[in-house]
Design a binder for this molecule. Sequence first.
Ligand code: MIC
Ligand code: SF4
Length: 644
Amino acid sequence: MGKNITQKILESHLVSGTMAAGNEIAIKIDQTLTQDATGTMAYLQFEAMGVPRVKTKLSVSYVDHNTLQYGGFENADDHRFLQTVAAKHGIYFSRPGNGICHQVHLERFGVPGQTMLGSDSHTPTCGGLGMMAIGAGGLDVAVAMGGGAFNLTYPKVVLVNLKGKLKPWVSAKDVILELLRKMTVKGGVGKVIEYGGEAVQSLSVPERATITNMGAELGATTSIFPSDDITKEFLKAQNRKKDWQGLVADSDVKYDETIEINLSKLEPMIAKPHSPDAVCKVSDVEGMKVDQVCIGSCTNSSFRDLMIVADVFKKGKFKVNPNVSMTISPGSKQVLEMITLNKGLASLIEAGARILEATCGPCIGNGQSPPSKGVSLRTFNRNFEGRSGTKDGQVYLCSPEAAAAAAIYGVITDPRKLGKYPKVKMPKEFRVDDSMVILPAKDPSKVDILRGPNIKPLPVAIKVQGGVSGSTLIKLGDNITTDHITPAGTWLKYRSNVPKYSESVFSAIDAQFHEKAKAANGGFVIAGENYGQGSSREHAALCPMYLGIKGIVAKSFARIHKDNLVNFGILPLTFASLADYDAIDQGDKLEINDLASQLKAGDSLTIKNVAKGKEIKVKHGFSQRQVDIILAGGLLNFTKGQAA
Ligand code: MIC
Ligand code: SF4
């Protein structure tokens, strides 16, 4: 029987394990990517491993999340640390201003058929090029930089069969919003989403990348498109023809699941507050007053996306509505240069758009927080409550087309009302200038790594002896995001200072949480479905570990976060019977006796709810390797133990 793209890449990179859904396999990683907000930790961990030079084909460190800090030295110190670590250890360094990691990587470095691990959940963006690009915690990325394999559960492979052709004013963002509507934010867990069908060839690489990027919101392991002539043209236009290789699924291949989307029938879509899967048609919410429009983020900041918006406003045809503040964050320096050369930038400025740096910016709550109860339409990928920096902000996610329409009329508007759809042609040649990427030092012995006072030593987990016990410190509902656990925004500058950042844990839900946790010497967290969805930030495990959290008992977990918990020695456990969620209340004391023998005996553990005199069965689903990591007190201790 034939093979799909996922099978082909995984098979050619397989280090150990059997390729069958649900099994743990290990794969070789060709490239890695980090960004500043997760990178400082990843490089501290890499240093702790004592490997002098990275062993990957290519590793790139980007600075894109925290670029302009108001009144403080922390970010600038982090940048200096990242630049010097990169120079010493053989890593390319993409300077602040060069662009958002995923957009730049797509343009300049991604290679069809290769594997990449990135310490950011939107790493699958390069799936738009036919690359198997997976998001993970920083520690897993550090291990991969050191030449270690990446362990993952062999996924189910879903074919999304694209038919028909997009109508004017409907674009790639609407495709992924439609898929989120169908599959929900947990529908992709344990799956790779592979795209195929006749309509694939009507989508350019940046459009494909919009779709694979936001596949992260499905909870999928990754998303991938074939590598075909369109991919070849894109790489050629980036002066990288040599990086192209064709990669398509065999015609007789079988998938675990098939979903069909007819592009001809698709309408402009929008995700309502506060979840990327709360999707409806733009026409269903038309007329709602809008305060802000933000265009950019790694989902929709390509040359194509910004030129569409620029063309809508071209030659002063429209102005930004006086009641709307519209920002534009180009995805990369290349995008900014291209829209400048093509006069798009001038149209945007003339229209009244506010041009921001080529960074994440408002997407991670760095500026442009909406006004109180304000409605913000964003071309981004996440609209979790509070992520924008305004707790009662109402963030909607939509295409650049729908964003432009709202910016003009000041209310949510179906973009099909804008008249003739502008045509943006993919450039035959992009402007290529890699001068903002600094190559590693030729002589690493001459490089001193510069560490400012905000860079605190890495906390290491404590090895479990006997059993674990503690009280239930907090009880939560479904779909808790890593933004709820360790928020970004104003806390971002403490990513390399775990003691300080730990004060943020669950702060939007319970401002005293960190004090309570410390006073109680840690304990347990109870949660509903899909705990830890969203960002890959390992701080959402690292900071709870620092506060003494021993276990999270939930109905289900998001993939990256579950791995991060194991890596930091925290037990991610799921209720054997979902009804038992009701058998634990906040404040209840819980006990797990003789952890080692229970873990070794099988998938089931018994938790004693001391307060209620009740025994609760939970499952862990760990591989043998994960059991060893937990018992060693986390992945760093485990790796050191193995080296010894
Ligand atoms: C995000 O979009 O949530 C982030 C910020 O890019 C994160 C990474 C981080 O928290 O640093 C992600 O997606 O993994
Ligand atoms: Fe940056 Fe936003 Fe993309 Fe995360 S989702 S990498 S914050 S642009």
